[in-house]
Each structure stands twice: as structure tokens, then as C-alpha cells.
Design a protein around this ligand. Sequence first.
Ligand SMILES: Nc1nc2c(ncn2[C@@H]2O[C@H](COP(=O)(O)OP(=O)(O)OP(=O)(O)O)[C@@H](O)[C@H]2O)c(=O)[nH]1
Ligand SMILES: [Mg+2]
Length: 295
Amino acid sequence: MSDQTGDLIRRTENQDVAALARLLTVLEREGPAIFRDQPRLLQPASQAFRVGITGPPGAGKSTLIGKVLTVLRARGLRVGVLAVDPSSPFSKGAVLGDRIRYSDHFNDPHVFIRSLGSRGSLGGLSASAYLMVRAFDLAKFDLVLIETVGVGQTELEIMNVADLVSVVLVPESGDSIQGMKAGLLEIADLFVVNKADRPGADVFIRELEASIRLDGSERTAAIRILPTTATTGSGVEDLVDVFEKARSQSDWKVRRQDLLRLRSEAKALLREQAERTIEAKTSQVQSADDFAKLF
Ligand SMILES: Nc1nc2c(ncn2[C@@H]2O[C@H](COP(=O)(O)OP(=O)(O)OP(=O)(O)O)[C@@H](O)[C@H]2O)c(=O)[nH]1
Ligand SMILES: [Mg+2]
């Protein structure tokens, strides 16, 4: 088994996308225990810059990613996409829809797209997401775009995985962001106001700017706001420029070693491991005797 996985890892390192696809499946199946047999996963030769694309259901995240892919490919970069939880109750049929949104990139060997359910166990990103982004490092991608639906936990956790967090909002988000604004300001490196073709976009951007200024902290002062229209691609070159500028400043590699980040990743992975142990032990209970022996 582990020899086979080792072989997949070697082939993935040689940018074999078929091997990467199989490796991702193995990671999902085996869980965090895989680190024990395959420590190479912990020492990738290169690191892919992780861009979080998070925001409310239907904000246009997938459409935007499709256009971002086009721009990144035109610049000669290799890009992975990890779409977390595209089958959430908020995004029925998204997997099928995303096939259309990404159709320009299906036959491109330098683009790799994978969807992943969040399984909603303890909320937030599944441990698989943490494992899978490491496989994109191994495969020597330049960037990975991670799409998450930002409604609660996942939104906060994305900042532990992504090197740059873009929060996608739409002009209609006006009222609904009031409540979660503080949380958004904490995680966002950049706000993308998508559907800028819709009425009210200018007003919304001004409101957003005002709430950033009101916050007054040094971190929030650096937050950029970029209007986009994902359907036409307007604003997407500028957005990619922001990603590329952040990628060229290599402090993100240092921040990946941040203790808080390492600990929250450890927590997600250890929780997953504990849950797997619980599942295995529980399924062995065939009688009251078995039950008593558990403790
Ligand atoms: N008018 C307008 N519509 C857009 C724009 N971007 C996306 N849409 C539309 O908004 C709808 C949702 O787009 P998606 O890309 O699936 O949004 P999403 O955020 O990925 O949605 P979930 O994954 O379900 O959360 C689609 O019908 C898009 O065509 C835009 O800039 N302007
Ligand atoms: Mg989507």
C-alpha cells in the first residue's frame, strides 16, 4: 500500500496529473495517518501560493475562478483549484454548473481542478482540505485557488490554509454583511466586490471603504477593495496582479510556519484522526460485552 502511495508521490512530484488525482483520493481515504508513512508530504520541494476565494453562496466565486484561471494561464503559470463543499445545500447543482464555468480549462494539463465535500463533521474545513493542499505543493503548482462558501466556520478557517484571503461580496450583500463585518475584516486581505455590473455597486464599495476606515487597525488599513464582473472578466487582470504581487513577496512562506496556523492545522488533523479511531472502535461493538471493554 504505502509503496504504491510512495510511487504516486514520486509521480506527482514529476507533475503527472493522473498520479495527483489518485494521490488526492488516497489522502482523502487514508487521512492524517498518511504523514507517518509518507513524511515527504511534510517536506515539499516547492510551495504553491494558496489563494482563498471565500464568500456567500452565489457571489460568483466559481465564475471568477474560471476567469482568474484564464489570466494566470496566459501568464504561463500552473494552477490548482480546490473547491470545498460545492454540494452544500446553498449551492445545489454547483458541481455541474462548475463544469461549465471551468470548461475552458478541462483539457489544459497545467490546470487541475478538484471538488471536495466538507463533510460538515465539526464544522469548517475538513481535514482532507489541509491534506490536499499539500499535494498541490508536491505537484509544483505555482498557485492553488481554494473556493469555500463563507457562511460561518469555514470562513475563519480559510485563513489558516490560505496565504492570501480574498472575500468575494456582491452589491446585494449590503445588509447581510453588517452582522459579520467584524469577522470579515479579521480574515480578509482583500475584498472583491463582484457583480459590479449590478446597480448599487458604487454605493456598496463606498460603504465597505467607510467600514474599513472606521475599524482603524493597521491590518485593516492594508485591505484592498477590487470591483469585478466575473461574467465578462472585467477587473480580473487587476485581481490577478494583486495575487501575483503577494506571491512575489515571499513572507507568506514564513507565515506558513506561524504557530497559531500550525496549531489550528494540527487541531483539525488530530480531530480527524480521533474521529476515525472512534468510528473504527464503534463499528466493532457487537454486544454489551464489547461495549464494556471499550472503556
Ligand atoms: N450579473 C452578474 N452575474 C454574475 C457575475 N458573476 C457571477 N454571476 C452569476 O452568479 C451566479 C452564481 O455564480 P457562481 O460562480 O456559481 O457563484 P459561487 O459563488 O461560486 O456560488 P456557490 O459555489 O454556489 O456558492 C451565476 O448565475 C453567475 O453567472 C457578475 O459579475 N455579474
Ligand atoms: Mg461555486
